[in-house]
Design a protein around this ligand. Structure first.
Ligand code: MF3
Ligand code: CO
Length: 266
């Protein structure tokens, strides 16, 4: 089911998206080698609850943590754990919150220390592809226009692996609403978008091949060739001439830039 949101509902969705941005910002300040991802998850859970919201992912189809923290060759849905982060690790932090009946759901990928030129480029290009997709998220365009823009910038231009098994999605009173937003596809395909449609657009891009597998825990998605994978996600509302980006990377990027333990590429 596709839901188009009213102006008032869009403002509630923005509040939820921005609470995720704020949680990611505070998480970015804590990132350094030696810290465990489980401690980050505990912080994330408390921060969300302190802001009168609920972590959307906890218990979602049985998901057992507040957040998804995906390190190196883990694409998405990584379980926070007791392992310490190391210099050179690539870490995607994906957070959802439910507040005032609306979900926010977005993600950012950080590098602990200098990841080297190849991975730095993968991070930069994946983030760029997200914005290329968002440029197409306007009324009258089709979902496939977003998909095509992301695939062109990542697979065609750089030869990266675009994950097929996982996709972006509609977002609102449910964490996952229709339509699905694949990161690959044909221009002019799929449903025509109207304003008020809120989408979570989330390219998942591998340095190597596109194939992934799910671990026996039922959640952790990893690249088959064990190459590094990068994930960025924004919540956007379709507008007449321009998408309204409900989530915000500004403060996350500022925190990334001022944390000496993080590599900042752009
Ligand atoms: N951003 C991911 C998604 O939209 C997070 C969902 S993880 C889960 O699919 F734990 F909630 F399943
Ligand atoms: Co999502």
């Amino acid at each position: 089911m596709i839901y188009h949101k009213t102006k008032a509902e869009i403002e509630l969705a923005r509040e939820s998206a921005l609470l995720v941005s704020k949680t990611l910002t505070e998480t970015a300040k804590l990132l350094k080698a030696g810290i465990t991802t489980l401690s980050l998850d505990k912080f994330i859970g408390s921060f969300i609850r302190d802001h009168v919201a609920i972590p959307s992912f906890l218990n979602y189809h049985g998901y057992p943590f507040n957040s998804c923290i995906s390190v190196n060759d883990v694409v998405v849905h990584g379980f926070p754990n007791e392992n310490e982060l190391n210099e050179g690790d690539i870490i995607s932090v994906d957070i959802g919150v439910l507040k005032n009946g609306f979900h926010g759901d977005h993600a950012y990928t950080f590098a602990i220390g200098n990841p080297g030129a190849d991975i730095a480029q993968l991070i930069r290009v994946t983030k760029e592809s997200l914005y290329k997709g968002i440029e197409k998220a306007t009324a009258g365009n089709r979902i496939g226009d977003i998909s095509y823009a992301i695939q062109e910038h990542t697979e065609k231009k750089y030869g990266y692996g675009v994950v097929r098994e996982l996709v972006g999605h509609g977002l609102g009173r449910s964490l996952h609403e229709d339509p699905q937003v694949a990161n690959y596809g044909k221009r002019g395909s799929g449903i025509k978008m109207r304003d008020g449609l809120i989408l979570a657009i989330e390219p998942m891009i591998n340095l190597g091949k596109r194939e992934v597998f799910t671990e026996p825990d039922g959640w952790t998605v990893r690249t088959v060739d064990h190459s590094v994978s990068v994930h960025f996600e924004h919540d956007v509302c379709i507008g007449k001439n321009k998408a309204d980006i409900l989530s915000d990377y500004t403060e996350i990027e500022a925190a990334e830039r001022s944390n000496p333990n993080l590599y900042y590429s752009n």
